[in-house]
Design a protein around this ligand. Structure first.
Ligand code: PRT
Ligand code: MG
Length: 216
């Protein structure tokens, strides 16, 4: 493929990347929410968008199946950065990685006592590093979704999950007790494509950089 392939996930990342693409003169011809197509054309014959799971975007870009992509910092940390150039924080899809516990659970006390904590999360690397740096002993339990359910059923004492409005925690009687890190999405670029397609990619990266400064 001579043109440019951009890997995006449906939902907030697609929606919040649209204005940046528009600034670069790129307008997708279909809406992934209503279309079942996984490859979407744009107004530019040399640019197409592939619709991927959020956690798969780095894989497509790493192997060059997509030249560009957008992925959350959470996804990038868990995936590892091999083969990926990460030139730009797009400052979109912002949220916070947090430790949350059931209301009334004395997290600080447990941590001070040095007791073991059972933590359920999708983000094993982030959670492992966070608790190691605090010197807290944890048993990590890997989940693939709905982390909020784990402390409510006795599967875990705490969770490490993303929080944006806080509504999901509140609806499940959980409270955030610690911020692990702020999260936003980054532009990711295939390292080989950056060299081989510099003429096409260079101007897109430049416009994105300017657009981020204006929009943020
Ligand atoms: O949803 P799916 O299982 O397909 O995949 P995904 O959750 O990885 O994708 P998506 O599109 O939901 O998220 C893509 C990226 O958006 C993530 O990798 C984050 O970097 C970023 N992002 C920003 C979020 C949120 N905000 C967010 N609130 N990702 C997930 N959430 C979830 C969170 O996990 C929790 O279940 O929303 C819930 C909390 O939201 P509030 O508003 O109730 O606090
Ligand atoms: Mg989701």
């Amino acid at each position: 493929m001579n043109g440019i392939t951009i890997a995006l996930s449906k939902g907030r990342i697609f929606d919040e990347t649209l204005p940046l693409l528009a600034a670069a003169g790129i307008v997708p011809t279909e809406d992934p929410e209503t279309s079942r197509k996984l490859i979407i054309g744009t107004n530019r014959p040399d640019v197409r968008v592939v619709i991927v799971r959020a956690t798969d975007a780095p894989t497509y870009v790493q192997y060059g199946a997509a030249d560009l992509g957008v992925a959350g910092k959470d996804v990038l940390i868990e995936h590892g950065g091999a083969g990926l150039y990460q030139p730009l924080d797009l400052k979109i899809a912002k949220c916070r990685m947090c430790v949350a516990v059931p209301q009334g659970f004395d997290y600080d006390h447990v941590v001070r006592q040095g007791a073991r904590l059972k933590v359920a999360t999708k983000y094993l690397n982030i959670a492992r590093n966070h608790f190691a740096s605090k010197g807290v002993h944890v048993d990590l339990i890997k989940l693939y979704g709905s982390m909020e359910l784990a402390p409510l059923t006795g599967l875990a004492d705490a969770i490490v999950d993303l929080v944006s409005t806080g509504n999901t925690l509140k609806a499940n009687n959980l409270v955030a007790v610690e911020e692990v890190m702020p999260i936003s999405s980054r532009l990711i670029v295939n390292q080989a494509a950056l060299k081989l397609k510099r003429e096409t990619l260079g101007p897109i990266l430049e416009v994105f950089t300017q657009a981020v400064e204006k929009i943020a």
